[in-house]
Design a protein around this ligand. Sequence first.
Ligand SMILES: [Zn+2]
Length: 306
Amino acid sequence: MSVDFHFLNVGYGDCTIVHWPERTAGEKVKAERIMMMDLYHHEDNDEYEDVIEYYKTHFRDEDGSLKPIFRFVCSHPHQDHICGLKKLFKDSEIRILNFWDNDHSFVPADFDGHETHEDDWKTYKTLGGDNSPATVIKTERSEKPRQFWDSDGDRIIILSPSDALIKHAHETEDGTKRASDKVEIDEMSYALSIQVNSRSVILAGDGRASPAWNDILQECKDDLGSCAVLKAGHHGHDCSFHEEALKKMDPKIIVFSNSKDEDKSNGAKSDYKRVCPGAKIYKTFDGTVIVRVPFKAEEDISVEVL
Ligand SMILES: [Zn+2]
């Protein structure tokens, strides 16, 4: 029995689905859960995964009904992380029960360059708004209690954002408030560590080495050591490569969620390889990557590339 992590091949963008099975822990029954972190939905593009079709194929109950997304985590609302949100929310019949958003004042400067961006942004604002049909969770590292995510068995540790990163995203160094379209929303991305007994899978957001990973390393050192699988920060860009943090994590499996073009221009593969020579690196442009992390620590982690 394992927790399964699906890193979807979505080109330049992100979509990770985490699937916890129903299981028992002592006397307790822990519910099956599905979490989706970010979304980049392609239709009519054979090269990439159609996220909604993928979900409908893989996440149904025995009677054929669609399993709900227990938790949708929007790491940060840049276009490459929310593309297709309207389609998912309005047209897919897939329910979203909890919606994780960031507490921010960011508004994109324009909606140019992508046909569904404005609609996806509006849906994003609805899902994170006061009248959201989902339970909205805007949280950060220091906040407690964390009843939505660690008292029921999913064991998610929030590495980022912190108060300091949220402040950094909204203010320049001299304390001047940034204009709404200049808020550095990627620096306050969610970065999560998902514990599966003694091992963890770290899902990094788009935060850069400085300030985001400096902050994580300084404040969460003890939470990095159990890392077995790392989804590399910012699609594997060199700007998010942090040597010391990577050494501390020392993952055995590293996943780059990126497109081939991005890999050529920004990929930090050689840096990751140098610091973690024993690690196996997978890239979503080679296909959707499924990583299965067994609850039993003596069982090996398995990887399948679709
Ligand atoms: Zn991104």
